[in-house]
Design a protein around this ligand. Sequence first.
Ligand code: ACO
Ligand code: AKG
Length: 402
Amino acid sequence: MNRDVFLNDTTLRDGEQAPGVAFTTAEKLELAESLAAAGVPEIEIGTPIMGADEIETIRTAVARRLPARLMAWCRMKARDLDAAIECGVGAVNLSLPASDIQLAAKLGLDQAGALQAIEDMVRRAAAHGFFVAVGCEDASRADGDHLARVIETAARAGASRVRLADTVGVLDPFSTFELVAQLMTKSEIDLEFHAHNDLGLAAANTLAAIRAGARHASLTVLGLGERAGNAALEEVAAAMAVIDGADTGIELSALPDLAAQVARAARRQIAVTKPVVGADVFTHESGTHVAGMLKDSRAYQGLDPALVGRCPRIVIGKHSGATAIARMLNENGRDLDPHLAAAVVARVRRKAGEIKSTLTSAQLVELYDGMCSEARIADLAGLGQLCDAPSGCTVVRAGRHQ
Ligand SMILES: CC(=O)SCCNC(=O)CCNC(=O)[C@H](O)C(C)(C)COP(=O)(O)OP(=O)(O)OC[C@H]1O[C@@H](n2cnc3c(N)ncnc32)[C@H](O)[C@@H]1OP(=O)(O)O
Ligand SMILES: O=C(O)CCC(=O)C(=O)O
């Protein structure tokens, strides 16, 4: 099912709001280049009201004429808009809380005051020629009727899109679907969804919002962002391709390098389990999996690693079986003696437990060669079969290896 979905990357805005993350100007520019090169159609490039350095960085990015729309994030304030004007960007996201909690706590505003602020600021931005999106911070906890009025007011005042933010990450895919589907019935304006990952549901919620009709999703590379972060660009882009067969325009094979670049600039590690880009996500150890995969790689790969520029990897560890071990030995010029297979599997298992790791091919070869020598000695001594003893000794059991 093909969908017309546009991804907005906010690594350089919400991503940089992650604790301790501070991109240099050079990093921001390189990241913007890479995002655009990867096919991201819209980049939330920064927050102009942060000051002269941010404005200068954004101006430089604008001057590069990247093949992506650059959008500046602004509070619903004239001076934020003035700062965006200084940057030379063509698009702004004007943000105002939608929930009563935040309106009261942050701004001392009621719903009517919020609608008035939106009306005034959107008109002002549109009159200046900006592409205007309105960001509804904390939309997930907002009063539904007020949210509908916000959307209507924004559209009437000249906004082209409304962003619904699950600012504190309290939605699940079902409630997200319901929220977006409900709002879709009330207005023609494009909706965008911006998720937070406090409950680990950001990517799922984003997909639910898209299913419900949102045509835009706000994402960050690696899910970098406030607290537990945002929905990850790489996860959503890959999921859209695999599940919906949708073309988001993102070059999926560019995602691992993009993730590495963001991790470096953010001084963050990429978890080995991070979907799509983590070191181990296409690595297989379990014996039954490897035996199946060697016959048909689809047996244990729902996401084809080639789609995202990755290769599958088989490792030898505590859960390996004879098929995987034979294969790695074979790659290293040895044929696994079928009489030794069970003992080798057991010895590998014990070794992996001792080193609490996978075995390198050199370790496996050394272990196997050692066992072959033991077997030969046992043969010569007429003692019998190599067996696996429970506690680390090299042993022979009567009756064997002939
Ligand atoms: C959920 C999100 O991620 S929204 C993104 C928010 N991003 C950031 O906060 C990162 C960048 N922020 C900053 O650099 C600074 O906070 C600035 C430049 C925006 C403002 O700095 P300061 O003037 O020192 O204000 P401070 O941060 O202490 O307080 C925030 C002010 O913004 C106001 N404000 C907050 N959100 C909004 C909004 N959406 N619209 C209008 N005003 C807002 C608050 O009422 C408060 O105003 P006050 O100073 O008159 O009380
Ligand atoms: O209002 C917006 O643009 C979204 C701001 C944001 O990052 C959030 O609410 O989490």
